[in-house]
Design a protein around this ligand. Structure first.
Ligand SMILES: Cc1ncc(COP(=O)(O)OP(=O)(O)O)c(N)n1
Ligand SMILES: Cc1nc(C(=O)O)sc1CCOP(=O)(O)O
Ligand SMILES: [Mg+2]
Length: 540
């Protein structure tokens, strides 16, 4: 049987590996369990098997695939693919060159190629539509399955660069599957985040080995994977993802929710911020806990209305930070990420980029330099941890905020003379192939908050970090029907209004600290957003 290439379903692509079979299972039982429960494409990849045995295994797997009308791809071995008339092959950068593979297999067979960077996309585009039919985009996350990997994990941002290259070089025919370390805890995030910048395509499928091949119950594993892939809504926080612009009424509702839910706000933050952040959190009717204890983070994440503030100003152990992200993502509790001094040093840049790839954030907050750098709109080295050469160009800053929101499918906050907040969550919608249906960063809801300058804000420690505490309190205190965008916008509006109020009441930077906490407390408990001095303007 010859499969029409346009009919190939890449959505759940199983790659075999007999070296990881659990007791009581076989290559065939795992493949059949996968096919019975939603695997749509199979590749036999048995790196340690001699040719004769490999051909026997391939023929047996082929029989099973035919039963389910699913194509069979052969890893590396073009000769074996020809010998058994398989439906195609998958080759990597170190295997037989694609033009030779195509010459041997003919035009109707499926050819897959491993791609790890945009330059390889340029090459396939030059070959044209008759050569590569799909690409394996990876290695997305760390994996033990592929021995001596030549590529370091690229994360969703690396996959976006490959998708962008497919769009740039107009390789519209070429399909894509993500591969490398894919499991139920990251599949939805991958589908949601791996979208071309022009919004026109996302990955066409998820390809994996160990989640099925090493599963004692491969049926259950496949059912779970299938469900994750087919779910078109990625609810990464247990509150509503946004459909509307914030108003005084909706922000009033947020404060009522925070007030009654009294969220626990776990701060993983720098030492300078800890005391003041705790007092800000208390002023907002929330409960702070300053904990960097890896062994308790899962317990804390499960406390009702828990919220995590990750402020990388002081570099806590990376394993603790990863454990915290995992723990809160696992229970859909919000994480507010403040990549303080994002690129001030190589250490911080590496740490922050690792964390950005590692999990999903409800909100990413930064000063203008951090946001411009995250958006790749300003590569200047930052000056220390304060806003460096960030530009006071509102349009540029709004655009950068939208770009960060789009790249990470999050609520992005850019603080400065004016604050910008953009919603890149798309209401949690995430689909294979279609991306964001062409909606780009520029189309994202974005607001600007103005309240005049408050110079004294820069004369105290942790004023920026404590906006993070405020945001974490607000997003943590939402009801499940609450609105994430409302919460973040409300937090910034409250914080800016309190800053202005405190600046009129203080005698200097010392009393400003105290007055800021008083103002936050007073405004929060009054809950009259319609009277706040900070104004909100739609930026698009
Ligand atoms: C779907 C898919 N993507 C990538 C690979 C890796 O292929 P390759 O780079 O040739 O490495 P080996 O699999 O040969 O070790 C793949 N096999 N399938
Ligand atoms: C076969 C393969 N190719 C990769 C690439 O990056 O090209 S990663 C990989 C192994 C993926 O196994 P698992 O799903 O168990 O992580
Ligand atoms: Mg290979």
């Amino acid at each position: 049987m010859v499969f029409a290439k346009e009919d190939v379903n890449y959505s759940l692509y199983l790659v075999t590996d007999s070296t990881m079979l659990p007791p009581g299972t076989t290559l065939y039982s795992q493949v059949e369990a996968g096919l019975k429960n939603g695997v749509t494409l199979v590749q036999i990849r048995e790196k340690d098997t001699e040719t004769g045995s490999f051909i026997e295994e391939a023929l047996d797997v082929q029989k099973i695939c035919k039963k389910y009308n699913v194509p069979l791809i052969i890893n590396d071995r073009i000769d074996v693919a020809m010998a058994i008339d398989a439906d195609g092959v998958h080759v990597g950068q170190q295997d037989m060159p694609i033009p030779m593979v195509r010459k041997l297999l003919g035009p109707s067979k499926i050819i897959g190629w491993s791609v790890g960077k945009p330059s390889e996309v340029e090459t396939l585009a030059k070959w044209g539509p008759d050569m590569v039919d799909y690409i394996g985009v990876g290695t997305l996350f760390p994996t033990l399955t592929k021995k001596n990997p030549k590529k370091s994990p690229m994360g969703p941002q690396g996959a976006i660069a490959v998708l962008d290259a497919l769009e740039e070089y107009k390789a519209s025919w070429c399909r894509t599957v993500g591969i490398g370390g894919l499991h139920p805890d990251n599949i939805q995030r991958v589908i949601s985040q791996c979208v071309a910048t022009n919004g026109k395509r996302s990955l066409d499928g998820i390809s994996l080995v160990s989640d099925i091949m090493a599963a004692p119950d491969a049926c259950a594993a496949t059912v779970r994977l299938r469900e994750m892939i087919d779910r078109t809504k990625y609810q990464f926080v247990d509150c509503e993802l946004n459909e509307s612009f914030p108003t005084a009424v909706s922000i009033k509702s947020v404060i009522s929710q925070v007030s009654s839910n009294r969220p626990l706000v776990q701060h993983v933050t720098n030492k300078v911020h800890q005391n003041f952040g705790a007092n800000v959190t208390l002023a907002l009717g929330s409960s702070p806990i300053m904990s960097e204890i890896q062994s308790e983070v899962s317990e804390l994440a499960r406390i009702p209305n828990a919220s995590l503030l990750l402020n990388t100003g002081s570099v806590a152990p990376i394993e603790m930070l990863k454990a915290a992200i995992n723990a809160y993502n696992e229970v859909n509790r919000p994480i507010t990420f403040d990549p303080v001094g994002y690129s001030a040093t190589e250490t911080r840049l590496c740490l922050n980029n690792t964390l950005l790839t590692y999990g999903q954030f409800a909100c990413i907050k930064g000063n203008s330099s951090e946001i411009l750098f995250l958006a790749k709109l300003n590569n200047d080295k930052m000056k220390g941890v304060d806003a460096g050469s960030g530009k006071n160009d509102d349009a540029l800053l709004a655009r950068a905020t939208q770009i960060v929101a789009f790249k990470y499918k999050t609520i992005a906050v850019c603080t400065g003379e004016h604050d910008f907040i953009a919603d890149g969550t798309f209401g949690g919608e995430c689909k294979l192939s279609s991306g964001t249906a062409g909606v780009t960063a520029e189309g994202l809801p974005c607001v600007m908050i103005e309240n005049g300058s408050i110079p004294i804000m820069g004369d105290i420690t942790a004023s920026g970090c404590s906006l993070g505490s405020t945001i974490a309190s607000f997003v943590g205190g939402l009801d499940p029907t609450g609105n994430l965008f409302d919460a973040v916008v409300g937090a910034v509006l409250l914080y800016k209004t309190a800053g202005k109020l405190a600046s009129t009441r203080c005698q200097g930077s010392g009393s400003f600290h105290v007055q800021l906490i008083d103002a936050l407390y007073q405004l929060f408990h009054e809950n009259k957003p319609e009277k706040w001095s900070a104004s909100l303007k739609k930026f698009n």
